[in-house]
Write a protein that binds this ligand. Structure first.
Ligand code: SF4
Length: 63
């Protein structure tokens, strides 16, 4: 299974990912996105979040 990972060094907290997939991504105390549930949305929805991130901070990681 592949799962999304957020590069916190790149993330600028635009929250596009949270808006698109609120059950997968959340904003941490530092204003950065993190994955709370990699299976919280369909793959296509997560892909939308990956494509929608303005700084390309999200990518797939294979387990
Ligand atoms: S869309 Fe990208 S920059 Fe914005 S919070 Fe999500 S990972 Fe961070």
């Amino acid at each position: 299974m592949k799962k999304p990972v957020v590069d916190k060094d790149k993330c600028q907290g635009h929250m596009v990912c949270v808006a698109l997939a609120p059950d997968v991504f959340e904003i941490d105390d530092n204003g950065k996105s993190e994955v709370k549930d990699p299976e919280g949305a369909e793959e296509s929805k997560i892909q939308q979040a990956i494509d929608g991130c303005p700084v390309d901070a999200i990518s797939w990681e294979s387990e």
